[in-house]
Design a protein around this ligand. Structure first.
Ligand code: BDP
Length: 647
């Protein structure tokens, strides 16, 4: 896998071949950024909202609610965007609602956008859970299957039809999960009228987080010229002191265009330039992108400015898009994970997009707080368990040097029917969207195609072989993994991954209360997996629930002391095995998070080392001490031999 380390001229040829592969996807999903040629208008704030509580949840479509103002179809309530709708009101039926909900907002579009026929106006939804249909002034403009990923539609011609009309945006979102969605789920109708009321049904899910729904990320209008930069792909490398940025730009709207590409350093000095739709930028005395705590100058980002000029005989178009670029390489051997050819040890966390009131809704204060906590903790990495996180979060990772294992929403694939063709086709499409969105982030070092699937089932072999091969073809520059539990009988798919990621909960789900089993069971886990596959291993989850403030000595389950003891016991084994082939450890979980109601969860999963309000439990201090010690051992900074206290 991944870039062969030192192959001289072959390496360059190989990189060009790779590069074509990364560009396989036909349309781009560039993050909307303002520039001299592009404007962005956020449509966040208060929207009108109506849940379709009709028995078949289809009244909105039957009565065409999109054709008129939502408030004219029936009672609407205020709903913030972005946010999950579940925890916003006092209505218990909305908290657990399954089916279609309707959002609507009228927008004033700047008149110059409408007047200028050479301007494209794009409506973009950062993410909505899970199936969305979008109308503008009653006309359907797009639909999208799946949460966590953006989708968009060009609406310029539509709003130009009648510039006197306000631009009314209607978005219907359905959170129903089926055997073919990602994540999968299924609806169960309860027909026994001696037990259940008329029309009673439940949504079964096989994952452990609350099925928050709604419009979770920003809704935007943005403009580009009619001829525009549709996509950019960069692949980076270096030879000695020279950084190499292979780039490819795709243009839409014209058959020919002039492209100038300039790479600027942090001081806005041009360090390399090129022209044409593809090429290589050579950076003398390169500042590589290094992870946090691995280098004294981590997370160095260049700015790549792409400037397009085109003419269609009548008009001239100029488009400018600037992409942050970190120059780094990733390689995997049978025992190591290399960033810039140096061994990298993941000491990090698993997270969730989750907090009170807003649920999975995007929230800058929460994000910045979480990054401050990660840096305080000495964490150098996280996994986007169990779905793609907001693009702004990955941008923060690029800026701060936090390394990311980027996971798709393939969580809870437990039913054999979810290994069929339609599930696979959707899963492949989701990987396309994910790679297309995140391929240019220096912080993203590995793709994870699934979490704890029932990989012991025979169809899992074909399913994961196809999925992993497809992902590698999309992006041969990054390793691919899927996350398994410790049972190595569930290993269909494992032969195709580059890194084995194992979750285990010894003394919790297995042998609850018996801390003494951890050393032997964890050691066997590592030896079994390594013995079978000779691939590097990440302990991708481990942990224990702790109710903040609950104390017990001797430690008992759910106390802060027990959580601490589990961590310490794991760390002893990890310290032996990280000298061999264990390349990382990610605690489950960064913070407490909400789950479905059930007998094993007391208002959510309490395996956080921080509470849901982001306050530390005792385990956070254990981990902080450890992570800084690991950084001192594995980072390369003489002045970090002292314990840090500056955060
Ligand atoms: C793991 C799952 C994770 C759960 C965790 C737990 O990957 O989603 O939240 O168990 O039960 O197996 O706490």
């Amino acid at each position: 896998m991944v870039i062969p380390a030192r192959l001289g001229a072959f390496r360059v040829l190989w990189l060009f071949a790779v590069f074509e592969a990364v560009c396989l996807l036909d349309t781009g999903m560039l993050f909307p950024r303002e520039s001299s040629s592009r404007e962005v208008k956020e449509l966040n704030g208060r929207w009108d909202f109506r849940a379709d509580k009709s028995p078949n949840r289809n009244q909105g479509f039957d009565k065409a609610w999109y054709k008129i103002r939502l408030a004219e179809t029936g009672p609407v309530i205020d709903m913030p965007v972005p946010a999950s709708y579940n925890d916003i009101t006092q209505d218990p039926t909305l908290r657990d609602f399954i089916g279609w909900v309707w959002y609507e907002r009228e927008v004033v579009v700047p008149s110059r956008w409408i007047a200028d026929e050479g301007t494209r106006v794009v409506l973009r939804v950062g993410s909505a859970h899970y199936y969305s249909v979008v109308w503008v002034n009653g006309v359907k403009v797009t639909e999208h299957n799946g949460g966590h990923l953006p989708f968009e539609a060009e609406i310029g011609s539509l709003i130009r039809k009648d510039p006197t009309q306000p631009c009314r945006i209607t978005i219907a979102v359905n959170n129903t999960l089926t055997l073919d969605t990602l994540p999968p789920g299924n609806i169960q109708h309860m027909d026994d009228r001696t037990k259940y009321p008329d029309g009673f049904f439940v949504q079964n899910i096989y994952f452990d987080f609350f099925n928050y729904a709604g419009i979770h990320r920003s809704v935007l209008l943005y403009t580009t010229p009619k001829v525009y930069v549709d996509d950019i792909t960069v692949v980076t490398d270096f030879l000695d002191n020279t950084g190499l940025v292979y780039y490819k730009v795709s243009v839409q709207g014209a058959a020919t265009a002039t492209l100038n590409v300039t790479l600027m350093d942090k001081n806005a000095r041009c360090v390399a330039s090129s022209s044409g739709p593809s090429g290589v930028l050579k950076v003398v005395d390169v500042n590589l992108w290094w992870p946090y705590l691995m280098h004294e100058n981590p997370a160095y980002l260049y700015s790549m400015e792409v400037r397009l000029m085109a003419t269609d005989g009548r008009s001239t178009y100029e488009d400018v898009y600037t992409l942050p670029v970190g120059i780094r390489t990733v390689n995997v051997t049978s025992t190591q994970f290399l960033i810039n050819n140096k061994p990298f040890y993941f000491h990090g966390v698993n997270k969730h997009e989750d907090s009170d009131i807003r649920g999975k809704g995007f929230d800058w204060p929460l994000i910045v707080k979480d990054f401050n906590l990660l840096k305080w903790l000495g964490a150098n990495s996280f996994r986007t368990s169990h779905y793609p996180y907001a693009e702004e979060i990955l941008q923060m990772c690029d800026r701060h040097g936090i390394v990311v294992i980027d996971e798709c929403p393939g969580v809870g694939i437990k039913d054999i029917r979810s290994f069929g063709n339609s599930s696979l086709t959707h899963h492949l499409a989701v990987m396309d969207e994910l790679v297309s969105r995140d391929k240019n982030h220096a912080s993203v070092v590995m793709w994870s195609v699934a979490n704890e699937p029932a990989a012991e089932m025979p169809p899992a072999d074909f399913y994961f072989k196809t999925l992993i091969k497809h992902t590698k073809a999309l992006d041969p520059t990054r390793p691919v993994t899927f996350i398994t539990d410790s049972n190595y009988a569930r290993d269909r798919g494992a032969p195709y991954v580059d890194v084995i990621c194992v979750n285990s909960y010894f003394s919790w789900y297995h042998d609850p209360g018996h801390l003494e089993v951890i050393p032997i069971q964890l050691k066997s886990q590592f030896e079994n997996w390594y013995g079978k596959y000779q691939k590097p291993i990440i302990q991708s989850e481990y942990g224990a629930d702790a109710v903040a403030g609950l104390h017990s000595d001797p430690p008992v389950m759910f106390s802060e002391e027990y959580q601490k003891a589990v961590l310490q016991s794991y760390h002893n084994v990890l310290d032996q095995k990280r000298k061999q082939y264990v390349i990382g450890e990610l605690i489950w979980n960064f913070a407490d998070f909400m789950t479905v109601q059930g007998i094993t969860r007391v208002v959510g999963n309490k395996k956080g080392i921080f509470t849901r309000e982001r306050q530390p439990k005792a385990a956070a201090f254990i981990l902080k001490e450890r992570y800084w010690r690991l950084a001192n051992e594995t980072g390369r900074l003489p002045f970090w031999t002292k314990y840090p206290c500056s955060f």
